[in-house]
Design a protein around this ligand. Structure first.
Ligand code: ZN
Ligand code: ZN
Length: 282
């Protein structure tokens, strides 16, 4: 069967559920800021996009502006989201803001960006790598996953972002992490949360998908659903490495990815578009 879609779209995934239009500072949501992201998404065959700016920049998020953006772009599903992390300084205010705006939000990502050093995200490249030097890597892994479980257990999140971000600078544990992963995934499963397949790992020093194949396989066994995401901090990164991700997804036999509307999760075939239209595959 022929479709009217260009064939290059057939292997592309239709959603991007981790994006930062504000980048790393407060920038009020305006048509000038957001429309170029929608245009870029559309250009890449992405028809379902979640804006998930960091909770510390929540002052820039404007739900009315998002409504106007939706009206102007009826062909793209636009989700209001936020990435809530464990910043010792800002996360209490972030949680409060999420609580207050829960009903206008479609989607909340939970993230661990802070380990024992309270004033620096450990995933800063390259500076964050210093937090690992001379330290016991196994202990850092165990501490990191404990913090993930804390975020997952704290409510207010729909999905965990970049689940094994702790590997970002290439530090590998010496002891097997299967038990640590199992305990963490079990909690995620029991809370009915999703995890993301993030291509961002491929552009970081570790050069590996988040999470690792080992974790993806364990999550599939538990029936944990996946979103797909680029963690784009500029619109040029939207859907980055999606061809590669699509190949990975098909190698794992993953047939559905999930999307969210007002925190309600829906699973959609990976070869569908955001509107549920199924594309033919070869
Ligand atoms: Zn993050
Ligand atoms: Zn992010």
């Amino acid at each position: 069967m022929q479709t009217t879609q260009p064939s290059t779209l057939n292997s592309q995934l239709f959603a991007d559920y981790h994006t930062h239009p504000q980048g790393h500072r407060v920038q009020r949501y305006t048509p000038e800021l957001l429309q170029p992201w929608i245009d870029a998404a559309r250009g890449r065959g992405i028809t379902d996009i979640a804006f998930t700016d960091h909770d510390r920049y929540h002052a820039g998020i404007d739900f009315d502006e998002l409504d106007r953006l939706r009206k102007r772009n009826p062909d793209v599903k636009i989700r209001a989201g936020v990435e809530l992390d464990n910043d010792p300084k800002t996360s209490a205010a972030g949680r409060k803001w999420v609580e207050q705006n829960w009903e206008r939000l479609d989607y909340v990502l939970g993230s661990v960006h802070y380990l024992s050093q309270p004033d620096q995200m450990f995933d800063s490249v390259p500076d964050g790598a210093r937090q690992f030097s001379g330290r016991n890597i196994d202990e850092i892994y165990s501490d990191y996953f404990r913090r993930i479980r804390e975020i997952a257990a704290g409510g207010l999140v729909d999905c965990l972002a970049h689940l094994d971000l702790v590997k970002i600078h290439g530090h590998r544990p010496y002891a097997p992490i299967a038990e640590l992963v199992d305990e963490t995934l079990e909690l995620i499963r029991s809370r009915s949360l999703a995890i993301e397949l993030s291509t961002a790992g491929w552009r970081k020093p570790v050069k590996e998908l988040y999470p690792s194949d080992e974790i993806v396989a364990a999550a599939i066994k538990k029936g944990i659903p996946f979103t797909v995401a680029s963690d784009a901090h500029s619109r040029a990164q939207l859907g980055e490495n999606y061809e590669r991700l699509a190949a990975k997804i098909s190698a794992f036999g993953i047939r559905e990815i999930c999307v969210f509307e007002k925190h309600q999760r829906r699973e959609v075939m990976t070869n569908a578009r955001g509107n549920g239209e199924i594309l033919t595959t070869n």
